[in-house]
Design a protein around this ligand. Structure first.
Ligand code: C2E
Ligand code: MG
Ligand code: MG
Ligand code: MG
Length: 281
């Protein structure tokens, strides 16, 4: 709305615009402090093997318990961290903590292998030393490379293709696995999918959501599962909330799944117990 400044001059004033900027600067500043003080936490969402119903591992999802604002959703601070570059130290902390935790839980369970999936931002991949820093984390934590999966969105395949391809090849060289997150929402072409050393497709929740409700979407999900199979990739369905969706995905031959139907992302202590019990969900 227009607001009088007193001298007969009207300036356009949008309270939300100003609040948005101030809030962003505040969050940016708070986030720096939170990182330094070690205030960030990881929650873990189980990954289920659809053939055995066993929990084979977890996806690490960052949480920010803000002293004043309460729990802040990653979608509200990861984009800020990406703009400011804070995503690099933040992402490094997430990777280190998730690997450390995986090694600890696996040891507590008598060495039973635990797959840990960690989300990686394109901004992290942009760094020439990224693969090196991942290698360092694996060495420091004792995490076997083949138990780590790095998740990235399709934009990695679409932007700065050559540099990203080189980076992914280096990461694959460490022996870890790579997943395309939210698959189906971007624009990756089949040609790129074949060229990039990707092991896993994570089928976006928007496809799972409408399974069995809208015929076309069932066909689309089925096509993605088949695509994964024909490219020799594993398929993970995200966002399963209902039994019907689970049944449909099993029928299609989807390999793995995550979703509230099995478990929400849970704090470390709870996730550790779940794995130790060898839970079948
Ligand atoms: P994502 O990697 O696709 O993670 C899945 C998101 O879906 C998570 O939200 C999870 O809590 C939510 N989810 C899982 N199952 C269900 C379900 O059955 N129903 C519904 N409605 N939602 C479900 P979250 O934890 O809020 O994370 C949101 C996004 O933030 C993630 O999407 C990821 O892109 C990003 N993110 C989270 N942690 C990190 C991180 O450590 N680094 C980076 N770079 N990004 C992260
Ligand atoms: Mg993910
Ligand atoms: Mg996802
Ligand atoms: Mg998603």
């Amino acid at each position: 709305q227009a607001k009088s400044t007193g001298g007969g001059v009207f300036t356009v004033y949008h309270p939300r615009m100003r609040d948005g900027l101030v809030e962003r600067l505040e969050l940016e500043n708070d986030l720096r402090g939170a990182l330094e003080r070690g205030e960030l936490r990881l929650h873990y969402q189980p990954t289920i093997d659809l053939a055995t119903s066993q929990v084979i591992g977890f996806e690490a999802l960052v949480r920010w318990p803000h002293p004043v604002r309460g729990m802040i959703n990653p979608l509200d601070f990861i984009p800020i961290a990406e703009v400011t570059g804070q995503i690099v130290p933040l992402g490094h902390w997430v990777l280190h903590e998730a690997c450390r935790q995986a090694v600890e839980w696996s040891a507590a369970a008598g060495g039973r292998p635990l797959k840990m999936a960690v989300n990686v931002s394109v901004r992290q991949l942009d760094r020439a030393d990224f693969a090196e820093s991942v290698a360092q984390v694996l060495a420091e934590t004792g995490m076997p490379a083949d138990r780590l999966c790095l998740e990235m969105t399709e934009s990695v395949l679409m932007t700065d293709t050559e540099a990203n391809l080189e980076q992914l090849v280096r990461l694959k060289g460490l022996g870890l696995t790579l997943a395309i997150d939210d698959f189906g929402t971007g624009y990756s072409s089949l040609a790129y999918l074949r060229r990039f050393p990707v092991d896993t497709l994570k089928i976006d929740r928007s496809f799972v959501e409408r399974l069995g409700v809208i015929a076309d979407d069932t066909a689309l999900t089925d096509t993605i599962v088949r695509l994964g199979k024909s490219l020799g990739m594993a398929t993970v369905a995200e966002g399963i909330e209902e039994f019907g969706q689970l049944a449909a995905l099993r029928e299609m031959g989807c390999g793995f799944a995550q979703g509230y139907y099995f478990s929400r992302p849970i704090p470390a202590a709870e996730a550790g117990r779940l794995f130790l019990e060898g839970a079948t969900v």
